[in-house]
Design a protein around this ligand. Structure first.
Ligand code: G6P
Ligand code: MG
Length: 220
């Protein structure tokens, strides 16, 4: 019996991964650093400060700022991101997600959230999805970003679920690695997620009956 399903947020439930990208791209350009969508793949699932470090490294500017200045840069990105979040409504829930949540709930299986975003609850609120989740891991209490399994393990613990009997859903390579490191079954949504146990092109393919079949046929 499946004990829990744990969702990533940005890029799985809604396309806020794109808003993160727009806000980082803007900040990077102010610093004379150019990033594209391909580079952005490396930022998915990574904490705010770790993302900033990767961008500064890309521009060879890591040594140019004090830690206080870095905090300011990260805060600037975040306020831009929060501005973009203001347009978010339940219409922005990605295709297939609401149906999937409903199907899981109908079987009484606990649903969790594993996002390292400190804005996760703001996003869930804007989408009117808070009630769907039995447990949301608190990003503020997580020491290690994905690919470390910490946030997925925390979510399983919060749901009283055994990781090996639980499913994680991710759009980022670091996230799929985190799910696997937690010993869970990894559903990957998107490209370049070869480590996933079950790989889908986009969220419209998130069909509960098919996910269950692939979980039942998993190799250990
Ligand atoms: C998620 C996103 C990342 C983002 C991180 C921190 O993992 O995939 O792109 O940088 O959360 O988000 P925050 O909202 O706290 O800056
Ligand atoms: Mg994501």
């Amino acid at each position: 019996k499946i004990e829990a399903v744990v969702f990533d947020l940005d890029g799985v439930i809604t396309d806020t991964a794109h808003y993160h990208y727009l806000a980082w791209k803007d900040l990077a350009e102010d610093l004379g650093i150019f990033i594209d969508e391909k580079f952005n793949e490396n930022l998915k699932g990574i904490s705010r400060m770790d993302s900033l470090e990767l961008i500064l490294k890309e521009g060879n500017r890591q040594e140019d700022f004090t830690s206080e200045e870095k905090e300011e840069l990260a805060a600037k990105k975040n306020s831009h991101y929060c501005e973009l979040l203001k347009q978010l409504t339940p219409k922005d829930i990605l295709p297939g997600v609401q149906e999937l949540l409903t199907a899981i709930k109908a079987e009484g299986i606990p649903i969790g959230l594993a996002s390292v975003s400190k804005n996760a609850m703001t996003v869930l609120n804007a989408l009117n999805l808070v009630e769907e989740f039995h447990y949301c891991a608190d990003a503020a209490k997580i020491a290690n970003s994905k690919p470390d399994p910490e946030i997925f393990l925390t979510a399983c613990e919060g749901l009283d679920a055994t990781p090996s009997m639980s499913i994680g859903i991710e759009d980022a390579s670091a996230g799929v690695q985190a799910i696997k490191a937690a010993g869970m079954f990894a559903v990957g949504v998107g490209e370049s997620l070869d480590e996933a146990d079950y790989l889908l092109k986009d969220t419209s393919e998130l069909v509960w009956e098919l996910i269950k079949v692939s979980f039942a046929n998993r190799k250990n």
